[in-house]
Write a protein that binds this ligand. Sequence first.
Ligand SMILES: [Zn+2]
Ligand SMILES: [Zn+2]
Length: 263
Amino acid sequence: MIVEQVWTGNAYRNFNYLIACPETGEAMAIDPLDHEKCLAVAADRGWRITQVLNTHEHGDHTGGNAAVIAATGATLLAHANAKDKIPGIDRGLGAGDVIKVGATVELEALDTPGHTMSHVCLLSHTDTPALFCGDTLFNAGAGNCHSGGHPAELYQTFAGQLAKLPDATLIYPGHDYITNNLEFTLDREPDNAKAKSLLADVGGQDPDDALVSTLGLEKEINTFFRLHSPSVIARLREAFPDLPDAPDAKTVFIKLRELRNSW
Ligand SMILES: [Zn+2]
Ligand SMILES: [Zn+2]
């Protein structure tokens, strides 16, 4: 499996992806908003885009579908429940569905509600797994819930699915928000030395050559995986004095999501 992370350079800081089979040159484009760049990268590598996949229905993820499909004849895949939100879906996906790209690549669809209620992440069946997580999980952060999502479901997705993946899993998010998100982590957990050193490393990184984190690293630097951290809980109780001494993980997650909305 070959993964190409395509930095759009747009105001929303989107990352698009191409996933290619090294044997056949067939490729899947994930959320190819910058259709010109995605088509150019595929042409440059000699790849043929046969499938387009949308992680969810937001326009900054679906806006390149028509142009890529017109140029390549690719089929369109998205969450089965996105059928009334994304025009032209050829294959609706549910949890556990396997998507093949060429002869060698297998990707499994995870049903990951929270950012929206019809959001899929893709998990590769490779020795080192890779997770294409759209707007569900970001480097050092979590997707917002104000355009069709719900924080309680996002918590369930994080705790019930993402946190259980192997620590070595490579994380490929839909946007580059790492600097802001690390600053939020440090605002919540000022004694997080790992987040501090990572911010020094990636602050001002070239998004064309962005850090690819792992789930293990996210568990160290992403507040939304650090729901039992005494520092996170202590700081949260300063913001929400009514919280109990030992709030449950779901409450911590939802309160962090609420704080992040206005941070
Ligand atoms: Zn979105
Ligand atoms: Zn987005």
